[in-house]
Design a protein around this ligand. Structure first.
Ligand SMILES: [Zn+2]
Length: 322
């Protein structure tokens, strides 16, 4: 089967040609920032789709299905991006029908978290697992949830918005407008902003400042992990708080869903045991032993391919449901 996957990210959009087995034949990406208007964006996207097909020796009419993975909120049934977080001027973009107008193949779209759990389920180490959760664990925290072998979509496509379950109503203000959301504690962007704020306001001496040559607003998760690995006192104490909040949310998910496995994305993939060990150590504070002992909590082995594979998996699920 010839499948096209379109992974709409915050900074770039990736287009791939692949098969139902998860083989990637070719891919291409373009930075989202370059496209200022919707017209420019979709012109770039169309060019990339046609390039990928031409380079792969596949004619547009030979495409069997297209899967789109995109950040929410979106309306899956209508195929509409409601309000893409990184394109503030965009509202109700009919993404699916625009792509459909270029190809004769059916097109499906879903959230990046849901696409990722489908990728793990079709191509990852937990292939076919009955109860599986994927956590994006990147600039934000989203999830895809498979229960009893079925993707949980929710009545308004909001199932899996775990980043906005509240850990503490007195907590920090979240981008969504509520307080103390899980994402406000563990989303990479929020973690970095909070570190910057504390270092600035409390004049904290830390290796983090040196790692960015004094430009405090450049501190990101990368420097945070580096400074903690170096044993910097402030960074290590913050690392404890950070991993504890990650464990708290994961504990909640284990208690609610009793999954076989929870697979973690980006930050866990990059950080490996340095991220995972303290999280695993703290999870018992937040769950019963029985469901915890049954649940593996591990980084994804799909690495950077997860975006492309997730988009392909959206197409595969769409075709299977027809
Ligand atoms: Zn929130």
């Amino acid at each position: 089967m010839n499948l096209i996957g379109i992974d709409v990210g915050g900074t770039k959009t990736s287009i791939c040609l692949g098969t139902e087995k998860g083989e990637l034949i070719g891919s291409e990406r373009f930075p989202s920032a370059e496209a200022t208007t919707q017209e420019e964006y979709f012109a770039s996207l169309k060019t990339s789709v046609l390039n990928v097909l031409r380079n792969g020796g596949v004619a547009p009419e030979q495409v069997d299905g297209v899967g789109i993975s995109a950040p929410g909120p979106l309306d899956v049934k209508r195929g509409v991006l409601i309000a893409p977080p990184n394109n503030p001027g965009w509202r109700d973009v009919p993404f699916v029908s625009i792509v459909k107008s270029w190809l004769s193949a059916p097109v499906w779209m879903n959230h990046d978290g849901k696409a990722s759990v489908l990728a793990e389920w079709h191509f990852g180490r937990f292939r076919g697992t009955r109860n599986l959760i994927y956590l994006t664990f990147s600039t934000g925290m989203g999830a895809g949830i498979i229960l009893n072998g079925q993707l949980v979509q929710g009545e308004t496509d909001s199932a899996g918005e775990v980043g906005h379950h509240i850990l503490d109503p007195q907590g920090p203000l979240c981008g969504c407008g509520m307080r103390g959301c899980w994402e406000s504690y563990v989303g990479g962007r929020n973690v970095a902003l909070r570190l910057q704020e504390r270092i600035r306001n409390e004049s904290i001496q830390t290796a983090l400042t040196d790692l960015v040559g004094g430009a405090i607003d450049k501190i990101s998760m990368v420097e945070f992990e580096k400074a903690a690995r170096q044993g910097d006192t402030f960074a290590l104490a913050e690392w404890e708080r950070f991993t504890d909040r990650v464990a708290q949310g994961i504990g909640n998910l284990i208690m609610i869903f009793n999954p076989d496995a929870i697979v973690l994305g980006t930050i866990a993939i990059h950080g490996g045991d340095f991220v995972m060990d303290p999280i695993r150590q703290k999870i018992p504070r937040y769950t019963w032993d029985l469901p915890r002992q049954h649940c593996q909590v591990v980084p994804s082995i799909l690495g950077r391919r997860i975006g492309d594979l997730g988009a392909l998996a959206v197409a595969i699920s769409g075709l299977a449901a027809r």
